[in-house]
Design a protein around this ligand. Structure first.
Ligand SMILES: NC(=O)C1=CN([C@@H]2O[C@H](COP(=O)(O)OP(=O)(O)OC[C@H]3O[C@@H](n4cnc5c(N)ncnc54)[C@H](OP(=O)(O)O)[C@@H]3O)[C@@H](O)[C@H]2O)C=CC1
Ligand SMILES: CC(C)(CO)C(=O)C(=O)O
Length: 334
């Protein structure tokens, strides 16, 4: 079956290689040096999902015989990446993105397509043109439009070495992932890996506060937290404690997530954008928490400060020291 991946970077590239390994015909959209390398040498995958060299077709338009489209650009690139690629009318789409709003955007651009959501719990890095490494193997959770899930589930289950679970409440799952993805911004601000961030007492406290703030906003909106990977409603309940107790529970969650990422440094997807000189997804991840906080009447000083710091690093390309980052976020909390 032909699967077309729009945005075959870290996550999309890992899936493209796995789908090729499972015997599918795989087309990808890509740009720049990465597109050149994919055309000339194929896509090389290594790390936690095993090694594979995939032959993928780099295309400007989605081939008409495509049976499943996977959108795996950063959320902020979605609209541009879908422009002019001519997704066949009605073709099922899976949006593999963090943050909120990616699937709604795809639905508005492709009104004829059933749109599902994929939440990758594994960690992947685009380490060079045509080269993807999985730094931590973990499951995938999918949900959303039943017609998209029905097509994607058997294909993904046969291709991925880890579990592919279906969530009946994908919005709750997206919010749960949003708590996990509070680990993304501090590496983008400081240049450190997630593991180094969590090992630093000052940064871990900021991270704990960001997680507790995300849980407070989600709770105010009535989010039903879902089990994804090691995180579920019970794991998030202690983060709802007020003040320092909620922050300390967030720090514990951060430690648990970092342990699960193992020893290979994980830059998370946001630092990878900074390293490549790209605009990050901070507005779709931390910005989503701040926007929801405004709607729910919950103040989000930690998210606001983190967003400002990430935008500063995008503008200046200069990382902020852990001490400065912690001071600038905690000042806004006082
Ligand atoms: N990396 C990870 O470990 C994880 C990431 N995620 C989420 O998955 C999503 C994808 O992240 P990730 O794989 O890290 O991102 P990447 O930046 O590695 O991959 C996205 C790819 O899309 C390409 N792209 C962007 N715009 C266009 C366009 N207009 N036309 C063609 N190609 C385009 C990018 O090219 P270019 O490099 O030129 O911008 C890049 O190769 C994000 O929402 C992220 O938060 C979820 C779980 C884990
Ligand atoms: C879970 C995590 C942090 C894996 O790297 C991720 O979702 C990301 O990098 O965007």
């Amino acid at each position: 079956m032909r699967v077309t991946v729009i945005g075959a970077g870290a996550v999309g590239g890992a899936l493209a290689a796995l789908l090729d390994r499972a015997g599918h015909e795989v087309s990808v959209t890509a740009r720049g040096d990465h597109a050149v390398a994919l055309t000339e040498s194929g896509l090389t995958l290594d790390g936690g999902f095993g090694a594979h060299r995939a032959g993928v077709a780099v295309v400007a338009r989605v081939p008409a015989d495509t049976r499943l489209v996977i959108v795996a650009t950063k959320a902020n690139d979605t609209a541009a990446a879908l422009a002019g690629v001519d997704v066949p009318s009605g073709c099922p789409v899976m949006v593999l993105q963090n943050g909120l709003g990616g699937d709604e955007l795809v639905r508005s651009v492709l009104p004829g397509s059933p749109v599902g959501v994929g939440l990758a719990l594994f960690a992947a890095s685009l380490v060079g043109p045509g080269r993807v490494t999985v730094t931590a193997a973990a499951p995938l959770v999918i949900g959303g439009d039943a017609r998209s899930v029905a097509v994607a589930l058997p294909v993904l289950r046969a291709a991925l070495p880890e579990r592919v679970d279906v969530s009946a409440d994908i919005r709750g799952a997206q919010w749960t992932k949003l708590v996990i993805n509070q680990v993304n911004a501090l590496p983008a601000i400081t240049g450190l890996s997630v593991q180094q961030t969590v090992a630093d007492d000052r940064l871990r406290r900021v991270l704990g506060a960001a997680m507790a703030e995300t849980v407070a906003v989600g709770a105010a909106l009535g989010v039903s937290w879902q089990a994804i990977g090691p995180v579920d409603a019970a794991a998030l309940r202690p983060l709802q404690a007020p003040g320092a107790e909620g922050v300390a529970a967030g720090e514990e969650l951060a430690r648990m997530l970092a342990r699960g990422m193992g020893d290979v440094p994980n830059p998370a997807s946001m630092l990878q954008s900074i390293r490549r000189g790209r605009v990050t997804e901070v507005d779709q991840i931390n910005g989503a928490v701040a926007a929801a906080g405004r709607a729910a009447g919950v103040a989000t000083p930690v998210s606001d400060a983190i967003i400002a710091l990430v935008h500063e690093v995008e503008r200046t390309a200069a990382f902020v020291t852990p001490a400065d980052a912690a001071t600038r976020v905690s000042t806004t909390q006082d």
